[in-house]
Design a protein around this ligand. Structure first.
Ligand SMILES: *Cc1c(COP(=O)(O)O)cnc(C)c1O
Length: 399
């Protein structure tokens, strides 16, 4: 008997049932205000420890004003991809500012951090004779970019420099036409920092070049928030610097900063750049305004780190394990999927939003809540959060 048209999609019921049984079925929380340190989510006002709004710029009046002005002058969209006629003077202005911010000769803006990672892996590793070498905890967009690259890939255990050296020394790796080492600058789930000095030393010794994804470090780490290469004084030794405009910058987008010929090359070959339309004027103008604010108000970064320290120390004092965190990303380790989800749900009822992050986003047994503070949180916000973490943590027998 022929299946009914609807019956052909019956496998989705099975897939969904499987996701539910594993605690992996996602329902969406809905934000009813701007992204703020204290936001209304699903009808409830909560201390928001879940966004990447590090510098509290997502609702900044100066960014909003710049966006409105750009809409009035340039309209709402570009209706073209960048190399056709989707490049406006304001796109180039933003790229000049980002290059200046990163201290590189040039920069190129993409639709997102995800697409810029995919583009760079795919465009720089174009042959089976190349080799892409990647930390096992790199972001999903690097993993997908590596899958789209023609080059084979080698994965080293997280931050394991001995393993990286062994890969670089192996005969098959030595025979490669070109080699690229890719790492997150700050790892998004654990909040730890890549050992860039060792990576760069090894890269130079074995003739590889380095790509650093600073999605969680731009606007956060290093002098003026210029990222992890700047933090370690390695800007001129990291060839491909990736940043996002979707986190600390508060809008959306991604960029790569580096030498002029890198940018010239990507303009001609990077598939997301060539085949997907460019940023609307409002976004471009908001990002430019954000770069200005970051340069003019370094105190935001100081406040972010003060807040991060306060929350981290408070969580540790309560007896929680905050893992390997060295940055404003602070995990609270739980170890069990359902317990992590329950912890998050109970905190939400108590007015604190900290998302649970579970297998398969993190390894089995590494289920956790992840907290990210913003420069906009007050001491009172953070102390309320700590009080609730203590209360609910005791209730669930976690501390
Ligand atoms: C968030 C993130 C990205 C993706 O950035 P978007 O601009 O949101 O697409 C890439 N890399 C890392 C490490 C991230 O945390």
């Amino acid at each position: 008997m022929a299946a009914t048209a609807a019956g052909l999609m019956g496998f989705l019921d099975e897939e969904i049932a499987k996701l539910k049984s594993e605690g992996r079925f996602v329902t969406l929380r809905v934000l009813e205000t701007a992204q703020k340190p204290v936001s209304t989510i699903d009808g409830k006002e909560v201390v928001n420890l879940t966004s990447n709004n590090y510098l509290d710029l997502a609702d900044d009046p100066r960014l909003k004003k710049a966006a409105v002005k750009a809409i009035e002058n340039y309209g709402v969209g570009t209706a073209a991809v960048r190399p056709i006629i989707g490049t406006m003077d304001i796109h180039q202005e933003l790229e000049r500012r980002l290059a200046e911010f990163k201290g590189t000769p040039a920069a190129l803006v993409f639709q997102s951090g995800f697409t810029v990672n995919v583009a760079c892996c795919q465009s720089l590793m174009t042959d089976e004779k190349d080799l892409l070498i990647s930390d096992e905890l790199n972001h999903a967009s690097i993993i997908d970019g590596a899958r789209l690259a023609k080059a084979p890939r080698k994965i080293y255990p997280h931050k394991d420099m001995k393993a990286l050296k062994a890969i670089l020394e192996s005969p098959e790796s030595r025979a490669a036409r070109r080699r690229m080492i890719v790492t997150d600058g700050v790892f998004s789930m654990d909040g730890d920092i890549a050992p860039l000095p060792a990576i760069v030393d090894l890269a130079e010794r074995y003739g590889a070049f380095v790509m650093v994804d600073d999605a969680h470090a731009s606007g956060v780490m290093g002098p003026g928030g210029r990222g992890t290469p700047a933090h370690f004084g390695l800007c001129d030794r990291v060839q491909v610097q990736i940043g996002t405009l979707s986190k600390a910058v508060g809008a959306v987008g991604g960029y790569v900063a580096g030498e002029r010929r890198l940018i010239d090359y990507l303009v001609s070959v990077a598939r997301p750049f060539i085949f997907s339309s460019s940023h609307p004027p409002a976004v471009v103008a908001a990002c430019s305004a954000a770069v200005d604010v970051m340069l003019e108000e370094p105190e935001r970064i100081r406040k972010l780190w003060d807040n991060a320290r306060h929350l981290k120390e408070g969580l540790k004092a309560l007896g929680f394990d905050t893992g390997a965190s060295e940055t404003p990303i602070t995990p609270v380790m739980v170890g069990d999927t359902f317990k992590a989800q329950k912890f998050s749900a109970r905190l939400f009822e108590e007015g604190v939003f900290a998302l649970s992050i579970c297998y398969p986003i993190v390894a089995r047994g590494k289920d956790r809540l992840r907290t990210i503070v913003s420069s906009g949180h007050t001491r009172a916000d953070l102390d309320l959060a700590l009080e609730k973490f203590g209360q609910v943590g005791r209730e669930l027998g976690l501390i």
